[in-house]
Design a protein around this ligand. Structure first.
Ligand code: GTP
Ligand code: MG
Length: 273
């Protein structure tokens, strides 16, 4: 009878995973790892030379996970050292500095470098990426806002966290969610579960929000030629309003883009007879 059977102990094997850090030099990759593993912050910049390697144990959903962390140097000089470490990675911590636009713009180049090193048979789809918008404590210098970073990350199916290695803000939540997603990936036979890949907004919405952010004036924002008629302005406005209305669009930054479009239309109509 079932009641008399000795209780079988859960014997799930402990899991071993490999994660790497990626991003420009000086964005705070090593400090983020140090803050999580050693609970401390080093204000002095000590550039990583090539690669730093460490092993740590973490507890995810009552399961012990052994994590091999390869902390990469961001400086281009170390490309030859880095390129050997991309393969067999289950998770990537991709970091930029919110006060340094170049480090945000460089994220695509980091993905390209990794893809290139993995070669034609490497599959980036089955790797968990978490984007860290780091140094959020430096509010005065911030030049990449949350919605811009979130949009970049979430439109690719990546996780996104705002972090500060200095204050510790966001670091634990980021690593817990990240490791949890890597465990899900391993439990799913090394494939990213489809639920974590689903993006709830369209490429057209993402591209439009970006275009609106970068537009030079109200005509440009609505996508009409200077001197366009009221009808043309209204038509363009209606199209954008349908695409970006906050009730319909959940893409990061859509609310601001929608407001900007409303203001642009009002400003243009004031001056058109
Ligand atoms: P490389 O190893 O050269 O690729 O750089 P890295 O990305 O590992 O940068 P590192 O962690 O060494 O940090 C670079 C500098 O930024 C150091 O002076 C850190 O003290 C500082 N730093 C890192 N994270 C933060 C942060 O969240 N806030 C602030 N204010 N400074 C930070
Ligand atoms: Mg480093």
């Amino acid at each position: 009878m079932e009641a008399n059977l000795p209780k079988r102990k859960e014997t799930r094997k402990s899991l071993r995973i490999k994660v790497i850090s990626m991003g420009n030099a000086e964005v705070g990759k090593s400090c983020i790892i140090k803050r999580y593993c050693e609970k401390r912050f080093v204000p002095k910049y000590l550039a990583t030379i090539g690669i730093d390697y460490g092993v740590t144990k973490v507890q995810i959903r009552e399961r012990e996970i052994k994590v091999n962390i390869f902390d990469m140097a961001g400086h281009p000089f170390f490309y030859e050292v880095r390129n050997e470490f991309y393969k067999d990675t289950q998770g990537v911590v991709l970091v930029y500095d919110v006060g340094q636009k170049e480090s945000f713009d460089a994220l695509d180049a980091w993905l390209t470098e990794m893809k290139q090193e993995l070669g034609p048979h490497g599959n980036m789809e089955n790797i968990v990426f978490v984007v860290c918008a780091n140094k959020i404590d430096c509010t005065k210098h911030r030049c990449v806002d949350e919605s811009e970073g979130r949009l970049w990350a979430e439109s690719r199916g990546f996780l996104y966290f705002e972090t500060s290695a200095q204050t510790g803000e966001g670091i634990n939540e980021m690593f817990q969610t990240f490791y949890s997603a890597v465990v899900d990936l391993c439990d799913n036979g090394g494939k990213r579960p489809t639920s974590s890949m689903s993006v709830s907004f369209t490429k057209e919405q993402v591209d439009t929000i970006r275009r609106i952010r970068n537009s030079k004036d109200s005509w440009d924002m609505l996508g009409v030629k200077p001197g366009a008629t009221r009808d043309e302005v209204n038509k363009a406005y209606r199209k954008l309003a349908v695409l970006l209305h906050p009730d319909k669009c959940v893409a990061p930054g859509s609310e601001d883009a929608f407001k900007a479009v409303v203001n642009a239309r009002t400003a243009l109509l004031k001056n058109i007879k």
